[in-house]
Design a protein around this ligand. Structure first.
Ligand SMILES: [Zn+2]
Length: 511
């Protein structure tokens, strides 16, 4: 007898419907074969499935058994097909009626004892099933909160093969898991770092506010102990609250990476801070079964690179493409897969090896050494950072101001949210989301300036020798500053401030 059960295969973040077909026929020697372009883990699942079925009380009859995972041109990897294959066999054996699995998709790994175990990538699988018009998804109980976040899908979490069979025989009733993402996002309160706890550093804070408002990449330069990491950790607290669609986008990446916590989903903007010894692959993503790297785990959040020049040159150069394209492509024999990488880059560095340049009383580095240190950040990479700020050493003045009340992140966030709203209206119907996304062609449309402003820019540019790219960056930053100011027009004040964030890196790198 022939039967089939729907399941989903994953390649990177892309899900694809798969059919687990089973056929039991009389005659010939009893064999159990599995075919359909299977990776080694899937081939190995045969014994696991047989044992899990036996330990759940179902002996596979001594017949000629063929299991096929179709379509045949798609390579299947991972252990998420176990449950679908087992159910397909049980259906062939007449254990439960086929109608019970109509319009239903199944995914889950089986243990030898017949338990249904967690699998990675449930969220993209359920989303794909929904897209294809399926109404019900049977999955591991541990993954239920994750799958349950998908609306209009009946998600049934199961813990053992026995339990699923009982459910399909209409014995045990299992209530569907539903999660209201709106409610969950409303109730979660971030307990992260807050700008209220950082004394002084008004310039850096201002730079970060602008960076957050327009999703501009930002670089902090300053001596050790100026609180650079502390301030970077505060950035998520001033970014707009997560929307439902962003929450799903981020959770999809973490689902594929197998990094979703007990909550079932990522409920906060990611803050990813890899150490400078990170390998290019761990940063960009990769592996035989492609997994997202740090740039994708930071999607819709912050990627913080401390000790920026200490990263391998090769690692740093890899960053350019995801910053530019907001996605990474990973090439594999079976095709390319894509992971999203739309993050806010926050980099921090000492100005030289010892950390005290340009304070010549304390810095013992030679001019050549300073130059060599700074040159590890290449021009093209620097060109992708719109805002450069100097963190000053916490001086006496700031220490005595310690009791002064610092503005809490929530207030700053409100201004950021307002500026983001303005951008939302501005870019309605386009692919752009933030001012930092404005391309050269759209410059005239979104960043037009008056004669006086034009003159100011011309004057400064000829004096400082900025590139065309630099010109656009100043305008984009000025656009965000004007938005924070609730001003439709970009005026000279906005431009002057934006120029200030470019002047700093000029001072170090062209010294
Ligand atoms: Zn030095």
């Amino acid at each position: 007898m022939f039967s089939s059960v729907n399941s989903v295969a994953l390649f990177g973040m892309d899900a694809c419907m798969v059919c687990a077909e089973a056929d039991l026929s009389e005659g010939g020697l009893p064999v159990f074969e599995m075919v359909g372009f299977l990776g080694s883990e899937v081939k190995e699942s045969r014994e696991r499935i047989r044992t899990a079925m036996k330990n759940s009380g179902y002996l596979i009859p001594p017949k000629r058994i063929t299991v096929n995972l179709s379509p045949a041109d798609l390579r299947k990897s991972g252990s998420s097909f176990d449950l679908a294959v087992a159910l397909s066999l049980l259906m062939s054996m007449g254990i439960f009626p086929p109608e019970r699995l109509e319009g239903t998709v199944v995914a889950g790994e089986l243990s030898l004892s017949g338990e249904v175990k967690q699998v990675t990538g449930i969220l993209p699988m359920v989303l794909e099933a929904k897209k294809r018009g399926y109404k019900k998804f049977i999955l591991p109980e541990v993954n239920a909160l994750e799958g349950g976040a998908v609306s209009d899908m009946e998600v049934i979490g199961v813990s053992s093969l026995k339990q699923v069979v009982s459910y399909l025989q209409e014995g045990e009733d299992i209530a569907p898991t539903t999660v209201s993402l709106e409610d969950k996002l409303m109730e979660r309160r971030e307990a992260g770092a807050d700008f209220a706890d950082v004394s002084g550093q008004a310039l850096v804070k201002r730079g970060m506010e602008i960076a957050a408002a327009g999703m501009h990449n930002i670089l902090m330069i300053g001596p050790p102990g100026s609180g650079k990491s502390m301030m970077a950790k505060c950035i998520p607290s001033i970014l707009p609250p997560l929307s439902v669609s962003e929450c799903l986008e981020i959770s999809k990446v973490y689902s594929v990476a197998g990094l979703l916590g007990e909550d079932g989903l990522v409920m906060q903007r990611p803050f990813v801070a890899p150490h400078h010894t990170i390998s290019p692959q761990a940063l960009a993503g990769g592996g035989v079964v492609p997994r997202p790297g740090a740039v994708s785990l930071a999607h819709r959040g912050v990627l913080f690179l401390d000790e920026f020049p200490e990263f391998h040159t090769q690692t740093l150069e890899i960053l350019r493409q995801p910053i530019e394209d907001k996605v990474v492509h990973i090439q594999r024999a079976q095709g390319a897969c894509t992971f999203p990488t739309d993050f806010l880059l926050c980099a921090a560095m000492n100005p030289c090896k010892c950390g005290y340049f340009p304070d010549r009383n304390r810095c013992n580095c030679t001019q050549v050494q300073v130059k060599k240190y700074l040159s590890k950040i290449s021009g093209p990479l620097l060109d992708r950072i719109d805002i450069c700020v100097e963190a000053s050493e916490i001086g006496f003045n700031e220490l005595i101001r310690e009791n002064a009340k610092e503005e809490p992140s929530e207030n700053i966030r409100q201004r950021v949210v307002d500026a983001v709203e303005i951008q939302k209206k501005r870019f309605e119907g386009t692919k752009l989301r933030f001012n930092s996304d404005i391309g050269v062609k759209e410059m005239r449309k979104y960043c037009s300036i008056g004669q006086e402003e034009e003159k100011l820019l011309e004057k400064v540019f000829s004096k400082m020798g900025f590139s065309a790219r630099g010109y656009h960056r100043v305008l984009k930053t000025a656009r965000t500053i004007a938005d924070l100011d609730h001003s439709d027009e970009i005026n000279t004040t906005h431009i002057s401030e934006a120029l200030g964030y470019r002047g700093i890196d000029r001072r170090y790198w062209s010294a």
